[in-house]
Design a protein around this ligand. Structure first.
Ligand SMILES: N[C@@H](CCC(=O)N[C@@H](CS)C(=O)NCC(=O)O)C(=O)O
Length: 202
């Protein structure tokens, strides 16, 4: 399978999931400004949505939407720690987090990265994000990962999105459980491997 990604973007979540699941992906970097892939292909010709992550399967089919790609990857090797079995309440809990991170956190960061957004717009989104991350942090006060003792695909997604705070001057240093979570996830060997492969750490 080939994952189209941009370093440190939301595509890092499926990349981490693949590393955690022992899935060897072929990686192709996308320059989101020029929409060219590292082999010189126009990314829009592959994915008209223009966004990463984008996964091309071995049978030639493709899949977009990061939270679903993560589910596909975990299911493809039946890794029930990363994603519990179909029909279990534990799976719905992971999916509940996936949806929250996608709809309430991920897309609220977008205006903070957008040079066209006004200072007022950025301040409003930053304020809302801080409130949401404060709630997320409180959920992590008594457990190492979002749904309990085990790292799941939702932890990979939260790790990637919450880490963006440092690039948009959103101060979350007072959120101790979230801070500890980010360090806990960063220290996982699979996460280190994904960060290295994307050139984010040495
Ligand atoms: N709905 C998509 C959104 C993905 C997304 O926002 N990707 C960003 C990087 S984090 C991107 O590729 N932005 C560039 C663009 O859309 O042109 C998903 O959840 O996978």
């Amino acid at each position: 399978m080939k994952l189209y990604y941009a370093a440190g973007a939301c595509s890092l979540a499926p990349h981490i999931v693949a590393q955690e699941a022992g899935i060897v992906l072929s990686l192709e970097r996308v320059d989101l400004a020029s929409h060219k892939t590292e082999s010189g292909v126009d990314f829009y010709q592959l994915n008209a949505k223009g966004s990463v992550p984008f996964l091309v399967l071995t049978n030639g089919e493709s899949l977009s939407e990061g939270s679903v790609i993560c589910q596909y990857l975990a299911d493809s090797v039946a890794n029930t720690q990363l994603l519990p079995p179909v029909g279990s309440m534990a799976r719905y809990r992971v999916q509940e987090w996936q949806n929250y991170i996608s709809s309430e956190l991920h897309k609220s960061f977008s205006p903070l990265f957008n040079p066209k957004a006004s200072a007022e717009t950025k301040a409003l989104f930053a304020q809302q994000l801080k409130a949401k991350l404060t709630w997320v942090s409180a959920q992590l006060a008594n457990r190492p990962y979002l749904t309990g003792e085990h790292f799941t695909i939702a932890d990979a997604y939260l790790f990637v999105v919450a880490n963006w705070s440092q690039f948009v001057a959103l101060d979350v240093s007072d959120l101790a459980p979230l801070h500890a979570f980010l360090q806990r996830v960063a220290s996982r060997p699979a996460v280190q491997a994904a960060l290295k492969a994307e050139g984010l750490i040495k």
